[in-house]
Design a protein around this ligand. Structure first.
Ligand SMILES: Nc1ncnc2c1ncn2[C@@H]1O[C@H](COP(=O)(O)OP(=O)(O)OP(=O)(O)O)[C@@H](O)[C@H]1O
Length: 300
């Protein structure tokens, strides 16, 4: 389990993290999302033991992370900007990791050769951006980490490779309870991968929920009525958004689906659709609630 408790981190006057706590359960895939500059990379680097927090506690398997060799030997971090030793090939990096990580699995490394199909003898820094990312995953997965921390991991991979890597992550999570923490702006991809979501904004965690709960707590309601209905028809509910499209009214409402149906049925709607929101829509409406909304931009 990964636990961050009340983490604070400042860079000069900027509070990158302002009291953030997260819990990533063993064997789960946790998606960390948020606005630009929210503090995601800073949090991941603290969890990976690269930065030290100013305040708060970071534990992996109940042990502090910073300068803890035991924790580091079972944790792999793939940053958004990759770094490899300048003259090293994949084969050289494999040799290096074999010395450093107890869990290095030679057989797994050979198996993954068929997935990635890179030239093992080519210098990694001469490979394309996407190929370098493939090399990073190939090596990371051969380490067989208990904890995999990924910052914008699939950026630069082609769609086929994205799917392959995604499947490998899911497989390792299912087979040996690997725990994964992923930061990404690609919410469509996270939706297929994660079981828990945390939303960061301006250094604070504003939501942390199981993906299923997040989705069952908020609904898109489309309804048309045979007569006028009061403007505040949902006054006792938490309405995040309302708009009229011709005769159809659209509401984004927080609440349980059956309660929403029960309430709106009193107004005898001619049309009633209650749809789940995508993670991207949930993100946009949740952020709108705290003042980070999409305003109409007018170009003169
Ligand atoms: N090394 C650093 N020195 C000074 N300020 C930093 C440093 N790293 C991050 N920051 C600041 O901390 C805040 C959080 O940055 P961070 O990179 O963690 O955000 P992020 O959520 O990963 O953003 P993005 O989605 O844009 O990648 C920002 O205001 C950033 O300018």
């Amino acid at each position: 389990m990964i636990e961050a408790k009340n983490i604070r981190k400042k860079f000069d006057d900027v509070a990158a993290l302002d009291g953030v706590s997260i819990n990533v359960k063993k064997g789960s895939i946790y998606g960390l999302v948020g606005s630009n500059g929210a503090g995601k990379t800073t949090l991941l680097k603290i969890l990976a033991g690269i930065y030290r927090q100013d305040q708060g506690e970071v534990l992996i398997d109940n042990q502090p992370v910073f300068e803890n060799i035991e924790v580091k030997s079972k944790t792999v971090f793939i940053p958004d900007s990759l770094y490899f030793f300048s003259q090293y090939t994949v084969e050289d990096m494999a040799w290096f990791y074999q010395q450093v990580y107890d869990n290095w699995d030679k057989e797994r490394y050979q198996q993954l050769k068929n997935v990635f199909q890179l030239d093992e003898k080519k210098k990694i820094q001469r490979m394309s951006k996407g190929m370098q990312r493939q090399a990073a995953f190939w090596l990371a997965l051969a380490i067989k980490p208990d904890y995999l921390i990924l910052d914008e991991p699939l950026d630069g991979l082609d769609p086929v490779m994205r799917r392959k890597v995604r499947n490998l992550i899911i497989q390792d999570t299912a087979d040996r309870e690997m725990t994964v923490l992923i930061s990404s702006h690609n919410l469509r991809e996270l939706e297929d991968l994660c079981d828990c979501i945390g939303v960061l904004h301006q250094g604070r965690l504003i939501v942390e929920k199981e993906l299923d709960d997040l989705k069952s707590d908020i609904h898109k309601v489309q309804a048309a009525f045979p007569h006028d209905v009061p403007i505040d028809i949902f006054k006792d509910h938490d309405v995040l958004h309302r708009e009229k499209r011709g005769s159809v009214q659209l509401f984004i409402i927080r609440g349980k689906k059956n309660e929403i149906i029960k309430h709106i049925s009193r107004y005898q709607p001619l049309i009633l659709d209650i749809l789940p929101l995508t993670l991207e829509e949930i993100f946009i409406y949740e952020m709108g609630e705290i003042g980070y909304e999409i305003k109409n931009v007018i170009f003169k």
